[in-house]
Design a protein around this ligand. Structure first.
Ligand code: NAD
Length: 378
């Protein structure tokens, strides 16, 4: 079975989909691996390393796309490349299926069996394939390092003959995968950390990392059966903002990670709240790609609002490309291994498979994923 891995087309993408270690695992399974020349370059892996473990290195991208029975990527495919894909081929990558309906429709029309890495179920069984989690935990770490590098003060308390320096105060909003890693990183650097999440179930995790959990009574919040937060009502968000405002004025660094799966991120920090913050404070809006938690944050940019620096960088995990590639590649390799039929030496797409029920989006010319069909009103 030919497994093709094209190079990521976005020149700003620093991560790569497959590192040599995973490539070796795939060839050992019996895959005929073909990679586009330069595919691993962005994170320091040369063609020769892939050739050494039995992969074919090709210059002709079009040939790879048209001949592969399985295509592995990181980011969603460019629209112009869909018609190159073979009918019935399997395509695994991020797809952004809730927002990119056109792309999903095109994949269905081409007869591609498209798997979305965002839709891997959040279950114990699928944990080793969960790219959202692996990239989010790196992003949480990076958010803190980015803030620390810009803050005019240090994170830890320091008692010196030249006086005592008080520790930085960090406030993390949203204590999911990224938020918990941000809390852990800020704590390791010695900051005083507070955190808030609408899911009360995370209070214990926050406290076990040495941070304070902020309690706000906003009534019933709950979570979905996958462990995701539910959207709040406008009244609940209003109550939340009032308490957040108080915490933000005391904070040196605010990191927002609040997301509601498949929907626009909730707007939590308003312009008025920013005006009340101390000049020199830093906000990192980690939800900027899904609409932003912070009023005035800009995708991919760093802006100054009343002396407060708002960071809206995208692809934070891409700022540690080697580890980000390693983790994504491992997730991808584990998924392929899970679906691999060792006797036939092929990938077996059984729509009844528990993992595929969550992440297989198109098959047989149609959209087959129940959640996506519902989101599209089909
Ligand atoms: P996410 O990125 O969708 O959201 C980040 C956080 O924002 C969540 O903790 C959410 O509760 C919070 N949030 C939403 N609205 C908010 C608001 N208005 N104010 C404050 N916080 C708000 O979530 P995630 O980090 O990808 O995952 C969420 C949870 O899913 C995890 O904490 C975990 O319980 C579960 N999960 C399970 C597995 C597994 O079992 N394999 C893997 C990953 C995640």
């Amino acid at each position: 079975m030919v497994v093709g891995v094209p190079k990521e087309p976005d020149p700003d993408e620093t991560r790569v989909p497959l590192i040599p270690e995973t490539a070796l695992k795939l060839t050992e399974l019996g895959a005929e691996l073909v990679i586009e020349s330069g595919m691993g370059q962005a994170s320091g892996h040369h063609d020769e390393e892939y050739a050494a473990i039995g992969a074919r290195v090709a210059q002709d991208r079009h040939m790879i796309l048209t001949s592969a029975e399985v295509v592995l990527r990181l980011n969603k495919p460019p629209a112009g490349e869909i018609t190159s894909l073979k009918n019935d081929s399997v395509h695994i990558s991020y797809l952004d299926p809730f927002n990119d309906r056109e792309l999903v429709m095109a994949l269905a029309a081409q007869g591609v069996q498209a798997i979305s890495m965002e839709m891997i179920p959040r279950t114990t069984l699928a944990q080793k394939m969960d790219a959202l989690s692996s990239q989010a935990s790196l992003a949480g770490y990076v958010a803190v390092t980015v803030a620390a590098a810009r803050l005019e003060t240090i994170f830890p308390m320091m008692m010196t003959p030249a006086g005592t320096l008080s520790p930085a105060r960090v406030f993390v909003i949203g204590a999911g995968v990224a938020g918990l890693q941000a809390i852990a990183t800020a704590r390791r650097l010695g900051a005083r950390v507070e955190a808030y999440d609408t899911r009360p179930a995370v209070a214990e995790q926050v406290q076990s990392l040495g941070a304070r959990f902020v309690q706000i009574d906003i009534g019933d919040t709950g979570e979905t059966r996958d462990g995701y937060a539910k959207a709040l009502t406008e009244q609940q968000l209003e109550t939340q903002r009032a308490e957040m405002a108080r915490r933000c004025t005391q904070a040196d660094v605010v990191i927002t990670t609040a997301q509601v799966f498949g929907r626009r991120a909730p707007r939590i920090i308003t312009k008025e709240m920013i005006e009340d913050m101390r000049p020199g404070s830093i906000i990192v809006d980690m939800a900027v790609e899904s609409g932003g938690n912070v009023e005035g944050s800009e995708k991919g940019k760093e802006v100054d609002v009343h002396g407060v620096r708002i960071i809206g960088f995208t692809n934070l995990a891409g700022r540690v490309p080697k580890h980000a590639s390693q983790m994504y590649s491992t997730n991808l390799g584990n998924l392929v291994e899970e679906l691999w039929d060792k006797e036939e030496k092929t990938l077996r797409i059984d729509p009844e498979n528990e993992i595929l029920r969550g992440c297989l989006i198109t098959r047989g010319g149609e959209i087959c994923n129940e959640r996506i069909k519902e989101a599209y009103g089909l």
